[in-house]
Design a protein around this ligand. Structure first.
Ligand code: UD1
Length: 417
């Protein structure tokens, strides 16, 4: 229940080094259960969710050390097929242990995963995919028993809804199935490509990741290998917003501009000057007031739901009126009432909000709601008039590496209370 004290009225200027992608690193960590050989992973972000994932792997018997910026994992020692409830409940990503444990041991007992309360977040598509490949699944009140009596069989699976999580589950299960699996209507996120690249490094045969049709030819065994996690596109976008709302100027380094095409397009529509290079993005909003923009979230390459709260903040201090539509999660406006406390003129309708930009936000004692909402409220504190307290910053640390330190380097003054 720690709090952050944030001094307002700041202009954020400077360079920031972007960390590895949380949403690629978490599934990749759990995919290591699919092999008994040693793995080396670079660019792992230092986050609470990652710490929990490492604890989960250790609880199964894996040996893991962090040395010279690399994580060394020996999954050969894993000998437990059911991870502990108290860790599983802490992160959404724990669902990605289900398929690897099932394949490795022929059985597993899992609990329903935790994570941000941004919607009901069912796991039916994960389970249906596994059932189609041949797994037997029994759902209890809060646990899942899964088992197989023979190897999974490749199948044609058409996803009824695009799901990042379920695409990852099915892709990982199919790597060691007999025959070919086709995932139609697959999610196309850069994280899916990174996970496929990692699995292929270990000897899997996956083609088409990043398109809406993924083909996986099952192999008998996966080996060890080394992998470098892609940069975090959502962390990058969050820092670009930090400069855009504070009339600042930022260079995000160690990032991948190609993964942010839609976000950069929207930011340039607000009036920001954007330049990109091979692994950097510069955003200049000095001496300007941003213009409002309409947003509608959709699966990649559409506008990411994980950037929706940050853009609402930008709209709340921009010139003009805007509409932000959330199409992925049904409960992702939790942070809005905190922005309203700070003076934002926002109205929540059903799955959308309308916003009339105001010239200033004002400091308040506010409560962080979920991961991306928390980052948004911290940024709001940096530009508000006065000094803001953000409570419950637990969520923030789950997904942003050294967020307050990186912002302080850009000129913010954020301290733990
Ligand atoms: C992942 C990301 C999250 C991001 C989201 C969408 C991680 C840890 N989380 O979440 O940051 O916001 O992708 O880009 O990587 N759905 C079902 N049944 C299922 C699975 C999903 O109905 O079995 C629905 C969800 O409720 C949601 C939609 O499908 O409405 C998309 O969810 P999904 O893409 O699976 O998101 P996550 O993998 O949970």
């Amino acid at each position: 229940m720690k709090k952050l004290y944030i001094e307002g009225n700041k202009k954020l200027i400077g360079n920031v080094l972007i960390s590895g992608s949380k949403n690629a690193a978490l599934p990749i960590l759990f995919m290591t259960i699919l092999t008994k050989e040693k793995i080396k992973i670079g660019n792992i972000p230092k986050l609470t969710d990652i710490k929990i994932a490492i604890k989960l792997l250790k609880s199964l018997g894996a040996e893991i050390i962090y040395q010279n910026k690399f994580l060394y994992i020996n999954p050969g020692l894993i000998n437990i097929y059911s991870p502990p409830y108290k860790l599983i409940k802490k992160i959404r990503a724990s669902i990605w242990m289900l398929a690897p444990l099932l394949i490795r041991f022929g059985k597993t007992k899992m609990f329903f995963p935790g994570g941000c309360k941004i919607g009901t977040r069912p796991i039916n598509l994960h389970l249906n995919g596994l059932i189609k490949l041949g797994a037997k699944i029994i759902k209890k009140e809060n646990s899942i028993l899964a088992y197989i009596d023979k190897p999974l069989r490749g199948q044609y699976i058409c996803m009824e809804k695009i799901s990042v999580g379920a695409t990852i589950t099915i892709m990982s299960a199919a790597t060691l199935a007999r025959g070919i699996t086709t995932i139609e209507n697959a999610a196309k996120e850069p994280e899916i490509i990174d996970i496929a690249k990692f699995l292929n490094t270990l000897g899997a045969n996956i083609i088409g990741a990043g398109s809406n049709k993924i083909y996986i030819k099952g192999v008998l065994k996966l080996n060890g290998g080394e992998h470098q996690i892609i940069p975090d596109r959502i962390e990058t976008g969050t820092f670009l917003i930090a400069a855009a709302i504070s009339k600042g100027f930022i260079t995000c380094q160690n990032t991948e501009p190609k993964h942010l095409k839609n976000v950069l397009k929207k930011l340039s529509q607000t009036g920001a000057i954007i330049k990109t290079g091979k692994n950097w993005i510069k955003l200049d909003m000095r001496n300007k007031i941003p213009k409002s923009i309409n947003i509608s979230t959709s699966p990649y390459p559409g506008f990411p739901t994980d950037m929706q709260p940050q853009f609402t903040l930008l709209n709340s201090i921009a010139q003009g009126k805007s509409i932000v539509i959330e199409n992925i999660f049904e409960n992702r406006f939790g942070y809005v009432k905190e922005l309203i406390k700070m003076g934002a003129q926002i109205e929540i309708k059903k799955n959308y909000i309308t916003c009339q930009g105001v010239s200033n936000l004002f400091s308040k004692n506010i409560f962080s709601t979920d991961l991306r909402g928390s980052a948004t409220l911290v940024l709001a504190g940096c530009i508000a008039k006065g000094n803001t307290i953000v409570n419950n910053i637990y969520h923030l640390k789950r997904g942003y590496a050294s967020f307050e330190k990186k912002l302080n380097k850009l000129g913010a003054n954020i301290q733990y209370l």
